[in-house]
Design a protein. Sequence first.
Length: 191
Amino acid sequence: MAPELTRIETELTEARRRAHALADPLDQEGWARRPAPGEWSVGECLIHLNLTSRAFLPLIRDAITRGREQRLLGNGPYRRDFVGWHVIEPPVRLRTKTTAPFVPRDLEPKASVLDAFDRLQGELIGCLGEASGLDLGRLRIVSPFDTRIKYNLYSCLRIIPAHQRLHLAQAEEVIRGGSGIHGRGSRPDVA
């Protein structure tokens, strides 16, 4: 696997570790506690990440399938496109509001959310292996957050762990007793 993809695998593995480190010690009250009305709890932050991964995975798999069918081969070095440069921190320059499909509706039990997070992280890591050997700069996807935004598959694969770091930091702030990063009504999200 190309070094760029190995880096993403490391970031996804670290996000999994970080999610467990912050959520495992929480009781139900800590899992559900919102720092303020309209802000997300730790549980809601992780549910949001699961919703996001579920939306990205079919797009990634479709791009990989198209790449194989069209024989768009390449081994890197991979490059982010314009959107990829402006979404990935530091600093994140392009944010969108979190749309309804990505706003947690119900607070699910911690164990099931973490199990789903682990499974989805594993699926994302599996996609890295499937994408290896493809020209990730020529394969494009439409953002699940905003259909007006398109970017190459390599940017997509870089955006996912950056997005996870953003919301894991938000959850860590909730645990520290601070306010969440953003209120529900105005919560920016990465593209």
